[in-house]
Design a protein around this ligand. Sequence first.
Ligand code: C2O
Ligand code: CU
Ligand code: CU
Length: 489
Amino acid sequence: MKTTYGLILSAFALIISFSSCSSDPLDLVTTVTEGDFTIALPSPPTTNGQMNLTAQFTTQNIFKGKSSKVLGYQSGSILGPTIVVNTGDVMSVNLQNNLTEPTNIHWHGLIVPANMDGHPEDVVQPGASFDYKFKVIQRGGLYWYHPHPDGYTAKQAFMGLAGAVIVRDAEEEKLNLPSGEFEVPLVIQDKRINTDYSLDYTPTMNDVMTGYMGQYITVNGVHAPYKGVKTTTYRFRVLNGSNSRIYNLGFSNGASFKVIGSDGGLLETAEAVSTLLLAPGERADILMDFSSYNIGTELFLMNNSFTGTSTQGKQKFNILKFVVETKITTNFVTPLALSTLDKIAANSASKTRTFRISEMSMSGMSNMGNMGGMTMTGMHQINNKVYDKNRIDEVVAAGSTEIWVFDNSTGAEPHPMHVHGVQFQVLDRTGGRGGLIASEKGWKDTILLLPGEKVRVIMTFNNNKGLFVLHCHNLEHEDDGMMLQFEVQ
Ligand code: C2O
Ligand code: CU
Ligand code: CU
């Protein structure tokens, strides 16, 4: 039985009124609690592309002086190391699974052979290990890695299994962008905790509906950190590694900053903005100039409120405090031209496929099962289908160019749609916000659709043959079945 979102919401309201006395249970778990911004911002250690990762139970101080039980890829750390490689390098990563359930690694945004992509069924059993080995054919950019086992992705990512991959290339090198201490990865995530500070991943049906949100915003694994800065331009490599929270990033003094790159590397030209919407899975490469600030100035990287969806965006909150500490003189000027993008012409596409992502199913609610600790309901669908490992939904010719249309025109929820195995260009957005924002004008692998929006993307598939997935990167939606398979033949 198919039904409208309104009906489903009333069904939820009913369930909620039975299970809770609170007037607005949605807001209780989505309202952010700021901290005091007294922990120095850490940066995960960097490694080259040759190393071992061990998925394990461990602890980290996410909150000042409090040890939280988390999952990590290394002992004592919620996030894995930042892997820094050059285009053309061979990455060779051994994953040891010391969890009590299957896991694997998906290299989000990297174009790798199907058997290295961390397909949801291609998992490493507890106690076992797997060698990921592939050549990095990507242009420079910020990519990331996280688990992708069917039904466990959301939980494992939320509990701490994720890390950044920075790919460098000659083109970027020539620009002399801020580097060393002036290039700072910022992995932004929201967390929910138990009374003993351990991370809490216990989604209710409500959470599956909206996506799991936490009231504590962390950056690089710690809550409410601060960073001392010098009076110069910084390059922030921002990853929204949250399960479902969308951020409308900006600075608390309204300062403009420059967007120079997106999911798949540099844009053609920098674009100055004062806010930037970043959905789960998306990355933004931004330049922030602190050169005119007085010593002692404090300002925040913050989330501005935003409209377009009813489940998020109501609250403004601070994420990371900057304290201007040291006067230095540099003469960095943002280059006028950053890169050239070979635009894929719409008429070079041999096929157009449409993915309707507005549909909700009520029937799923009657056959709720438990997958990886979350409530699997099958409410979120693509083209009226929930993920089925035994069904190949689309067959794509290797090397072909296609237009994919993500259609949320009658939808009531935001969905950041992600495709494995390719980088795409966004042709247009109709409905909702209409145009493209700064970070959508380059190569992308994840694109946000707010309710009412339809987006066309164009991409040329690689010659990596085999099975890949496309899915909503709201990880609760994804584990709920909002994922399809496609085979490159
Ligand atoms: Cu970042 Cu299929 O995921
Ligand atoms: Cu991916
Ligand atoms: Cu979704």
